[in-house]
Design a protein around this ligand. Sequence first.
Ligand code: HAM
Length: 413
Amino acid sequence: MITKPKGTLDFLPEDAFKRLHVEEKLRKIAAVFNYREIRTPAFEKTELFRRGIGEETDIVSKEMYSFNDNEFTLKPEMTAPVIRSYIENSLYNISPVQKLYYISNMYRHERPQAGRYREFSQFGAEIIGSGEYTADIELIALGMFFLKEFGIKNLKIKINNIGNLTERSAFLKDLKLYLNDYTQKLSSESARRLFTNPLRILDSKDQKDIEIVKNAPVLYDYLGEENKNHFQNVLGGLKSLDIDYEIDHNLVRGLDYYTSTTFEILSENLGAQNAVLGGGRYDMLVQQLGGKPTPAIGFACGLERLTLVLQANNYIFPEPKSPDLYLITSGEKAKNKALVLAYNLRMKNVYCELDLLGRSIKSQMKEANKLNARYVVVIGEDELSKNSAKIKKMADGSEVETALNDIVNYNFN
Ligand code: HAM
């Protein structure tokens, strides 16, 4: 038997129905906040992610699905593709601020576990063109708003400001000096990162690293007035919206394009992979990818993780609709008549079903009950000879006899 690839998911009809509900709700909320949808290809030139996300990140160094001699890569995230498209299509000419959202599949060759897959979906939002702190507040509020709209409780926002490149390089120099005394004590991953991506040591989950980092220089102390003010303004705005947060000066995120604000929303229902949503400012990315200097901020939320949180919060999904009616027939002639009738009813938007297995009247009735059909129409040889049919309302068992030709106009409400 051929099975699905490791780290991927099948969405059987019930799951797909739930996912559709989540997506529809997200789209409605995005519209209220005035974000417009953007779609980009499933794969991009590998160079985009190398330059956009950063060579030394986990994503680029070990998690990309690349093909055609590494020329192309299935997208591991959407921010770089959105910015590529923003520049390529000169979206800045349409409006100085672009508010975009997406719902799309992403691919990362990670070690699969609960909440971590190799193919997963993200709902993400990006504000491109505004460096104002108000953009940060609006975007974080959107993230919090939709999670609350789903009735999710026990969420925690962690927020930080990781400064601009100059501020960060001064900090990194001191951080490396400090960590040099601990090279033997750091986890092997962090010891390696000391040379490749020392910033990431700050959010290591290893207990030894956490102890060492406790006394390390603090990035926030290296920020200039502008970023400190920006941060305080963002915090003030969150307070005015009654959004609680926790400052975490070690929240550096795993992608290299971040500058200034970084944030994550965590759920206590998620275990080890507890970030349901993550994002931040990336004021240098447009420029890095060949556009004019353009500040931007965004986030992405993993929909599989969102689903796990919804399940833990006993979210009540809507029930799929049941058929308005089930056509029950007996005999060849009636069967053919019902086929045409069903087609005509469907053209009038009546949700109807009929037997495709040549079953007995009794089994068809059973099937109608199983599907929870609100009406059944019985066309037997008897009815056919009179050119009529019996319409039965399942809720009370009441029956009316109608001319066959009138059924398409019957009100099945
Ligand atoms: P990220 O933190 O890599 O950021 O991913 C965002 C969210 O996607 C995570 O919080 C998680 O919910 C979900 N996610 C990530 N990897 C997996 C996985 N392997 N399986 C299941 N879910 C996963 C980004 O992708 C940035 N592009 C976010 C952003 C947008 N920053 C600015 N704009």
